[in-house]
Design a binder for this molecule. Structure first.
Ligand code: CMC
Length: 391
């Protein structure tokens, strides 16, 4: 009943207008504010990209300095927020901790939740971008039983995150520039991806006028799933399970078997029916970073061979299944020293800027109404209640 289109999974529904990110899935093109992702990944940095996503233009030197200064001022979290971690088991998945702690931010920053005020929206955005690395590093520290490390504001955004994650008070920690550059590139490649499931979740949550910190927590919850951001963890676990190139055909056969729910993790995409341009950058970076770090991880060979076999197999060719962003990122993250459980946290960290940029765009859009999809009702027609004694 009613005149609306049935579109499960929103495969052909545009939910909003946006000026932030453009994807041409057939050509494998991804542009942020018009700039190609490979140029941004090779020549820009995450702070500059964050400015671009939020403000629409690349910053001048002075604008960039002002922006990073503002972000830097917000890197600390309230001491009481640290108490939240202690309520979690140490072996909790860090994404579970992220959902809780980021949601808890909504109870702290009451002076930036009047969403009708553009200035307050901006402050909330800056707070989220600034605090998410601190919160993510604390989730890691809590999981390994080490003390939390405070932010150091003379470091870069990415350097600061690495320092909060890997330094311990007992020792000097030097940030390896190779690691810092690789991490920054990974952040750039995950920063935004138009109306994906988690971004749509943030927009839908925000469309009711909800607290921005709570909306980002909703995005984190959605990102966690293995069909979305959770695929980076699942992809590396899969590559490790395969372990040797000789075992690849067995896994390819499983992925093709309709009766087996197994899928090649890090493969396929709703929009890309061509090579994901982010995977292209990451595939190249994986080889370079491992070589520069002097690490020889056999799973890189497994990944390369798996890709080669899949891309020539009629099943994957016909369905246009190519490696996506989650296929090679784990190889690099693992070489840097992150446990697999942190992979999706890193995705959430980087995507926070995309979420807040999209949330801001939505709130500022006079056309935007509360998100309220309809349904095709397939349940019972009206019937009379039967008392318990007669059932
Ligand atoms: N391995 C084997 N078969 C696959 C795969 C895969 N990874 N992905 C899709 N297919 C098949 C699927 O079985 C279906 O076959 P058929 O038409 O015969 O039923 C066909 O390809 C289309 O798949 P779909 O599930 O209808 O497509 P979708 O657009 O709903 O799903 C996807 C997209 C990314 C969820 C899916 O490709 C997938 O599950 N991939 C593995 C998980 C993954 O890597 N996710 C990361 C996505 S990219 C970035 C991110 O969000 O993190």
């Amino acid at each position: 009943t009613g005149a609306f289109t049935y579109d499960p999974g929103f495969t052909s529904t545009a939910s909003c207008e946006s000026k932030i990110t453009f994807i041409d899935g057939d050509q494998g093109v991804l542009l942020h504010r018009g700039y190609p992702i490979d140029q941004l990944a090779e020549q820009s940095n995450f702070m500059e990209l964050s400015y671009l996503l939020l403000n629409g233009e690349l910053p001048s030197k002075a604008e960039l300095e002002k922006f990073s200064g503002t972000i830097t001022r917000h890197t600390m979290v309230h001491e009481q927020l640290a108490q939240f971690y202690r309520g979690f088991r140490r072996d909790a998945h860090p994404m579970a901790v992220m959902c809780g702690v980021v949601g808890a931010l909504s109870a702290f920053y009451h002076d930036s939740t009047d969403i009708a005020d553009p200035h307050q929206r901006l402050v909330a955005s800056h707070r989220l971008i600034a605090k998410i690395p601190t919160i993510a590093a604390m989730a890691y520290k809590y999981s390994v039983g080490q003390p939390f490390v405070y932010p150091k504001n003379n470091l870069s955004y990415t350097g600061n995150f690495l320092n909060m994650t890997f330094s311990v008070p007992a020792e000097e920690y030097e940030i390896d520039p190779v690691v810092e550059a690789a991490m920054d590139k990974i952040f750039i490649l995950h920063a935004d991806h138009e109306q994906n499931a988690s971004t749509s979740t943030v927009r839908l949550a925000g469309s009711s006028g909800a607290n921005p910190f709570a909306c980002i927590a909703a995005g984190i919850a959605c990102l966690w799933g293995p069909a979305h951001g959770g695929a980076n963890e699942a992809a590396l676990n899969m590559l490790r399970e395969i372990g040797h190139i000789d075992r690849i055909p067995e896994y390819i056969a499983r992925a093709k078997n309709k009766d087996d729910p197994f899928r090649l993790m890090g493969f396929g995409h709703r929009v890309y029916k061509n090579y994901d341009p982010r995977a292209k950058v990451l595939g190249k970076a994986a080889t370079e970073v491992l070589a520069k770090l002097g690490k020889n991880d056999p799973i890189l060979d497994v990944a390369r061979k798996l890709e080669e076999i899949a891309l020539t197999d009629p099943y994957f060719v016909e369905k246009k299944l190519y490696p996506n962003v989650d296929f090679y990122s784990g190889v690099i993250l693992s070489a840097i020293g992150f446990p697999t459980t942190m992979f999706t946290v890193l995705f959430a960290l980087a995507r926070t800027v995309g979420w807040v940029a999209q949330w801001n765009e939505m709130i500022a859009d006079p056309e935007q109404k509360i998100g309220r999809p309809r349904q095709l009702y397939t349940g019972h027609t009206q019937r009379d209640y039967v008392p318990l004694t007669q059932r």
